[in-house]
Design a protein around this ligand. Sequence first.
Ligand SMILES: Cc1cc2nc3c(=O)[nH]c(=O)nc-3n(C[C@H](O)[C@H](O)[C@H](O)COP(=O)(O)O)c2cc1C
Length: 240
Amino acid sequence: MEFLDTLKNRHSVRAFAPTPVPEDVLERLLQQAALSPSWSNTHPYRIAVATGDVLESLRTELYARFQETIKLQRGGKLAQIKGLITRNKGIPDGDVKPVVNYPKDLQARRVECGKGLYGVLGVARNDLKARDQAMAENFRLFGAPAAAFVFVHEGVGIYSALDAGIFLQSLMLAATNEGLGTCAQGALGLFRSPLDKHFDIPKQYKLLCGVAIGYELDVPVNKFQPEKIAASELMLPTRR
Ligand SMILES: Cc1cc2nc3c(=O)[nH]c(=O)nc-3n(C[C@H](O)[C@H](O)[C@H](O)COP(=O)(O)O)c2cc1C
């Protein structure tokens, strides 16, 4: 694919076919993503790739745990306190604190994106149950046959996330180039312990996010195209 086509064709896929991604294809994507630059060439991140039985086990556990999270969230303060005391499985044990209150200046784009997504999914704004269910699909990896979980080295602060982000974009572009779909998923940062069961993760590496990888289904949710930002909106004005 031409570079510009690859860049434009990459989009978030939220419904995958179960068709497995051949191992050599996955290896190629990771090798191409590893061409990414990083601070002092240190690559301060590690990737846990899950397919087959490991992914199925993760899918089951992550989804079940998020269902518990929903119960706690919808159960109010008392349920949450009780959950904390009883070490309920729905209490997130991720390394990175999720953003609960979005900054006001980012809120408009976030709401617009959510509206668009729920719109194509046919989820009404006030239908909490359907919204929870849509969110829960993150933890089933949207049915993807492969996933990569991204861990960043805590010793270099936010620079590890910067380098991991560059890697992630390279990985997603490499996947697009191979005719594969992807969805970067911050949601997958919520639970760490299920990953510790399957991977040997050094203590200094903290779970940041995940990315689902697979073949895209031809369904409306995958046609959702949130409006891209104009470069001019990103540019800071000069002082006069
Ligand atoms: C770091 C990161 C985390 C994301 N987390 C999620 C997520 O948890 N669930 C989800 O459905 N989409 C997630 N997305 C996808 C964004 O919503 C998507 O990239 C954005 O709306 C732009 O759409 P596009 O990817 O189709 O261009 C994430 C994207 C990034 C880059």
